[in-house]
Every structure is written in structure tokens, then in C-alpha cells.
Design a protein around this ligand. Structure first.
Ligand code: GLA
Length: 397
């Protein structure tokens, strides 16, 4: 009788597992700190990409010390794809990627890096290339077979009324079923408040529109200001800090450091503020020809340690007075990162009284860009801060 019961229980189990759909979830234990890598879009956009460029950028990531500093994903953005075959398989541009995507992924892996790719949840990508709507399972299988490690999914050309949460959940499920752990990056620009629902769907989500290669707000045609800049995207992160943590990050968009428009001080500020926000650090410049200044910003170990801190807290603004701002980011082990930021056009005198920010007297201070000790919190922090400049401090017990 006991034997029969055991056999019956086993049969029930088998039947249950066979008829149940595969348990759907996102891949856990990925992106426990904000992803670091490079994406082709900001510099190369649609026309500039091809396999030679991507391979050379991968080589440069290794040779420049970026890989050693923590950057690992090489992500091809829009325009690698041209059509589908009669069976529905997505086809890469045969002129720009003559050896195919698998060969490129293999090359990137051979350099000790990880490989990312781009698609879109609509009928076409933002640049009008074939996208994944209706092909989610097919595409996810293909990405897994190619060795993709990171997928960015955009939100252009979606159908009227298409639901973002269900669309991204569908791709999440398809990726999970395909079986290869892939970091899933949602790119619906914050339109449907993904911070409220995407924690179990993806590992990062865009929390604003596209960054522009400029410091400040762009004037829209009607004269009103909108995002699309370092400051614009920064401001849109206010209040989102409570939604970020290990495995699920707000994404204020890729870096414009090294793209020839921002001054060196602005590049340092952009990079520092993204580190304070625990933002994904996706370089967007041409790594093959970056200046020594750009390289030293992108590889600054002190700042990267703030971004990659294991506690995974997103920093937040605690002061905004005229053009002077203060951001705070709690760190693992009780340290605190503080970023003083002058977004205005004039140099300012600093007189930071730590009590204002409820910071006790007993901390030693390290200036992270100077890489030098800078007193203690027993007395106010005094000095000057230039236009568009940051001073980033690490306070320790
Ligand atoms: C959208 C995204 C960008 C980039 C382009 C590609 O604008 O937000 O990051 O991927 O599409 O076409």
C-alpha cells in the first residue's frame, strides 16, 4: 500500500510539472550592482555600427583599462537587424555584420567581456528596423543561441493601447524560457512608471527620455524645456531612489562622457552624479580614440566604488538652494558619499555645515577626485566650487 501511495504521488508530481507552464520569472542574481559597459548608440547611432567597429571597441575596452575598472558589457544598439527570413528568424545586416552575430558574440566573449543586443517591443525599432512584437519567443531563443548576455528592449512603434507591463513581462518570460541568463534592460523612457512594476520584470529600466549630448535642457520647438541633457535627465530621477536596489535599477540613460561637447568639469560632474544615482554606467563614446582625460574620468576607481557599492542605495538630493545642490548616498558599512554640486554658471563659496544634513561630527572626509584626505565633519567644509563642478566626498567613521 505504501509503495502504491509513493508511486501515485510521483505520478501526480510528473503530471503537475508536465502540464504546468514553465515557471516564469526574471533571471535572479544578475546586475546585483548597476551594469557597467558600453553601448553603440550615443556615438555611432544607426549608420556608424559594423562588426569591425564593435570588435575594435571591445579591444579598446580591454586595452584602455576600462575592463579592469569594471566595464564588461558591449551592447550593439539599434540598426544591426535588417529583416526576417521566411521562418521568422531575425537577420543581421549582412554587409555590416558579414560574419554574423554569433561570431561577434564569440569574439567579445574571447576578450573576457559580455555581449548585449537591442530590440523593441513594437512592430519596428525606433530606427524602423524589424522588432520583436509577436516574435518574443523566437527572438529570445535566437539571442540565447548567439550567446547574448544583455538585452535592451525599446518602446517605439508599439500598438495603440499596447500595455507596457505585459509586453515587457512577455519578453521576460521568453528570455527565461530560452534558458540563458540575460540582463534585461527596459527602455520605455519612464512613460509608464516602470519603477512601480518592473522590479520583477527587468534588471534596469529607463526612468526618462533619451539623454542629449549637452549639459542643459534642450529647447523644444514650442519654447518649453524638456529632458534630453545631463541636467534634464538628472532632475527626472528625483524621488525615484526608493525603487532602486540590487538587481533592479533606475536608468537615467547612457553616458555622454568623451563625446566632445561637455567640458572636462561637466564630464566629471555627469559621471559623478550618475555614480551617486547608482546608475548603470554605459559608456557612449568611441573607446578607440578617447583622450587621457576621458579615460581617467571613466575609470576613476573612487567614483566607480560609489556607483558599485554593494548596499545598492540610489543617492538622493538633500539640498537645492539656488544653483547649489547636495546629494547623499548611503554606503555599505556605514560610510556616506556626499556630492556637492554647483549647476550654476558662477563660482560659489562653500560653507557646508554638516549638521544641516544630520551628519555627525565624527567622520573623516576623503575628497574622491583629489584622492586626498579633506578634514573631518567636526567643522564646516569650506572652499570654492567652480561652475558646473562637483566635489565628491566619502565620509567614514
Ligand atoms: C530610442 C532609445 C535610445 C536608442 C534609440 C535607437 O530613442 O531610447 O536609447 O536605443 O531608440 O533607435
Amino acid at each position: 500500500m505504501r509503495q502504491i501511495c509513493i508511486q501515485w504521488a510521483m505520478l501526480c508530481c510528473i503530471a503537475f510539472f508536465n502540464i504546468s507552464p514553465v515557471h516564469a520569472q526574471k533571471f535572479e542574481n544578475l546586475a546585483q550592482t548597476p551594469p557597467m559597459g558600453w553601448n553603440s548608440w550615443n556615438k555611432f547611432a544607426c549608420d556608424g555600427i559594423n562588426e569591425k567597429v564593435i570588435m575594435e571597441v571591445a579591444d579598446a575596452m580591454v586595452a584602455s583599462g576600462m575592463q579592469q575598472a569594471g566595464y564588461q558589457y558591449i551592447v550593439i544598439d539599434d540598426c544591426w537587424q535588417v529583416s526576417r527570413d521566411s521562418a521568422g528568424h531575425i537577420l543581421a545586416d549582412p554587409v555590416k555584420f558579414p560574419h554574423g552575430i554569433k561570431a561577434l558574440a564569440d569574439y567579445i566573449h574571447s576578450r573576457g567581456l559580455k555581449f548585449g543586443i537591442y530590440t523593441c517591443a513594437g512592430t519596428k525599432t525606433c530606427a524602423g528596423r524589424p522588432a520583436s512584437l509577436g516574435y518574443e519567443y523566437e527572438d529570445a531563443r535566437q539571442y540565447a543561441a548567439w550567446g547574448v548576455d544583455y538585452l535592451k528592449e525599446d518602446w517605439c512603434n508599439t500598438l495603440q493601447g499596447q500595455n507596457a507591463q505585459s509586453s515587457y513581462t512577455l519578453m521576460r518570460n521568453a528570455l527565461y524560457q530560452a534558458g540563458r541568463p540575460i540582463v534585461f534592460s527596459l527602455c520605455e523612457w519612464g512613460s509608464n512608471k516602470p519603477w512601480q512594476w518592473a522590479q520583477d520584470v527587468g534588471h534596469l529600466w529607463r526612468s526618462c527620455g533619451d539623454i542629449g549630448n549637452q549639459w542643459s535642457y534642450m529647447e523644444a520647438g514650442n519654447g518649453s524645456a524638456y529632458g534630453g541633457s545631463v541636467l534634464g535627465n538628472l532632475d527626472l530621477q528625483n524621488g525615484l531612489e526608493k525603487y532602486a536596489g540590487p538587481g533592479h535599477w533606475n536608468d537615467p540613460d547612457m553616458l555622454e562622457v568623451g563625446n566632445g561637447v561637455l567640458t572636462t568639469e561637466e564630464e566629471k560632474s555627469h559621471f559623478s552624479l550618475w555614480c551617486m544615482l547608482a546608475a548603470p554606467l554605459m559608456a557612449g563614446n568611441d573607446l578607440r580614440s578617447m583622450s587621457a582625460a576621458t579615460k581617467s574620468i571613466l575609470t576613476n576607481k573612487n567614483l566607480i566604488a560609489i556607483d558599485q557599492d554593494a548596499l545598492g542605495r540610489q543617492g538622493y538630493r538633500v539640498e537645492i538652494k539656488e544653483d547649489f545642490e547636495v546629494f547623499v548616498k548611503p554606503l555599505q558599512g556605514g560610510d556616506t558619499a556626499v556630492c556637492l554640486f554647483n549647476r550654476g554658471d558662477q563660482e560659489k563659496k562653500l560653507d557646508v555645515d554638516w549638521k544641516t544634513y544630520h551628519i555627525a561630527a565624527g567622520h573623516s572626509i576623503r575628497d574622491l577626485w583629489k584622492d586626498a584626505a579633506a578634514g573631518t565633519t567636526a567643522s564646516p567644509f569650506r572652499g570654492t566650487i567652480g561652475r558646473h563642478q562637483v566635489i565628491v566626498l566619502r565620509l567614514s567613521h
